[in-house]
Design a protein around this ligand. Structure first.
Ligand code: GRF
Length: 197
């Protein structure tokens, strides 16, 4: 793939986004963070973007009641994005964006898909479900995004052991540390054509 020009969609903290930006900055990843889009005006991800001098937009169905999907797409295209990176984005990706970026939208999910994914399984609910199932291991998955939640082709995974006294919070924290390695590493593999999209 040519140099990755990344466009982020994030709803909250954006710590995964930051891990990727840091990898770009320290040149361990040959990519450029070009735009950040959030549906949530309070998202810390927007503040991170500002601090990093990355163009950032607050776009949602209230700011753009008639043309949200087209506006998101235009923003990505304006910044010549060739890979869309979902980083804790809580909205469904519309068919128009899926079509424009077919096989070029990535997401990270905090469990070992295809287990513990799908509608309703997000945030701490994922980790609570893993604990309720008495799983001995969990992890994180980077996958392509398609029209079904948490369903697209799996690109990379990391395993994280479940510890006897884990709560959803402690497990989430340990998984998140691994996510911060997995997401940049996956992008590195894409940039080196070790993973073909
Ligand atoms: C991560 O746990 C990720 O797996 C999930 O949302 C969370 C985002 O965290 N999709 P952050 O915004 O990157 O800190």
């Amino acid at each position: 793939m040519t140099k990755l020009k990344l466009g982020f969609l994030a709803s909250h903290g954006g710590s995964n986004m930051q891990a990727i930006i840091d990898a770009c900055k320290n040149k361990s990843l040959n990519a450029e963070a070009c735009v950040v889009i959030s549906n949530n005006s309070d998202a810390f991800a927007l503040q991170r973007a500002q601090k990093e001098n990355i163009p950032a937009y607050h776009l949602n169905s209230k700011t753009h009641p008639h043309n949200l999907d087209q506006t998101i797409l235009s923003s990505l295209q304006k910044h010549k994005i060739n890979l869309v990176v979902l980083a804790g984005y809580m909205k469904k990706i519309s068919p128009v964006i899926l079509a424009a970026y077919k096989n070029h939208i990535l997401n990270i999910h905090p469990a070992l898909l295809p287990k513990f994914g799908g509608p309703g399984l997000y945030g701490l609910k994922v980790h609570a479900a893993v604990l309720a199932a008495n799983s001995t291991e969990s992890g994180a998955t980077v996958h392509l995004v398609d029209e079904i939640y948490d369903h697209g082709r799996i690109l990379n995974q990391v395993k994280v052991p479940v510890l006897p006294n884990d709560t959803p919070e402690t497990l989430a924290q340990r998984v998140l540390v691994q996510e911060h390695q997995l997401y940049p590493e996956t992008l590195r593999k894409i940039s080196k054509n070790e993973i073909i999209l």
